[in-house]
Design a protein around this ligand. Structure first.
Ligand SMILES: NC(=O)c1ccc[n+]([C@@H]2O[C@H](COP(=O)([O-])OP(=O)(O)OC[C@H]3O[C@@H](n4cnc5c(N)ncnc54)[C@H](OP(=O)(O)O)[C@@H]3O)[C@@H](O)[C@H]2O)c1
Length: 279
């Protein structure tokens, strides 16, 4: 397994490994808590130090909090505020709640989970105040399409957006038509969520076929497809240390042009604008 990790740099200059860890559905069952903490720790040991969570994910922030105890400086924590809390006042309370569950003094990157009824200008101003107070490092958004990003960048302070976290995997390639090129030219990294399409992708025969050529697995092929891009951070979720190790090895896999042609055939890239998909 290679020691060198592909890195992505956010606009504030902070670099993170392009392969991170998701946490949705963690903390939902008490009996899984210890294994989930262990798997996040195993991931951190492997260099997968960006951990994505959200106030909406129930107990997931508590799992992350336990996993990062004693190693806060090794990790880059991303959390999200639900849109109904993204007002001047609501966001302060929501952020405090996340900080408490995480057991940390600062969230490295705090995202608006999706667009809601509060004006973007109000949310951006609230993010800035949290930054000034040292509660968050940077801020960003999630589930924003190109028109939302353009509107955001028109808002005072909106140009500081650090990332846009969106659904992106082989079966959901719509953003390749416009949002991905837009993000590349704007210098805003994209965080690809549900890189396995919540696991569904992994039973696609073409992934098994390509994996067999490389002595790899379907999960590694799905991740390698995303990791080819220099502006994308993929955040697969696994509650198993064994599967995390498997996912980490995707960094060593190089897909050939033949592999990519097979993938294009099975999952054609978009030829026109697709509305942004969300899970
Ligand atoms: N911003 C948003 O609106 C948004 C929406 C959805 C998700 N997210 C974030 O993105 C993260 C990832 O997305 P996701 O959790 O929806 O789905 P995902 O990462 O595409 O898939 C997770 C599923 O794949 C399984 N898995 C992981 N590694 C595997 C492997 N090597 N082989 C076989 N199965 C494997 C996991 O099972 P095990 O756990 O048993 O390994 C789990 O069932 C989330 O956890 C969350 O942090 C953000």
């Amino acid at each position: 397994m290679t020691d060198s990790l592909p890195m992505v740099t956010f606009p504030d200059g902070r670099s993170v490994c392009a392969l991170g860890q998701g946490t949705w559905h963690m903390g939902e069952r008490n009996g899984d808590f210890a294994a989930e903490v262990d798997s996040l720790r195993a991931g951190i040991d492997l260099g997968l130090t960006l951990i994505d969570t959200a106030e909406m994910y129930g107990g997931a922030e508590n799992v992350v909090g336990e996993a990062v105890k004693g190693r806060r400086d090794d990790v880059y924590i991303v959390s999200k505020v639900v849109p109904s809390n993204a007002s001047s006042k609501g966001i302060v309370q929501a952020c405090e709640g996340s900080l408490q569950r995480l057991g940390v003094e600062r969230i490295d990157l705090y995202l608006l989970h999706w667009r809601g009824r509060h004006p973007l200008a109000e949310t951006v101003e609230a993010f800035e105040r949290l930054q000034e107070a040292g509660k968050i490092g940077a801020w960003g958004v999630s589930n924003f399409d190109v028109d939302d990003m353009e509107e955001l960048r028109e808002v005072r302070g909106g140009g500081a957006v650090a990332t846009n976290q969106v659904l992106y995997n082989l079966a959901r390639r719509g953003i390749e038509f416009d949002l991905l090129p837009w993000s590349e030219s704007a210098g805003v990294p994209v965080m690809a969520y549900s890189p396995f399409d919540e696991g569904r992708l992994l039973s696609e025969p073409v992934l098994a076929e390509i994996a067999a050529r490389h002595g790899a697995t379907a999960a590694q092929v799905a991740l390698s497809f995303l990791l080819r891009r220099t502006n994308v951070v993929a955040i697969p979720k696994s509650g198993s240390a064994v599967r995390l190790r498997e996912n980490r090895k995707a960094i060593d896999l190089r897909l050939t042009s033949d592999d990519l042609a097979l993938l294009d055939n099975a999952f054609p890239p978009p030829v026109s604008k697709q509305p942004l998909e969300m899970i």
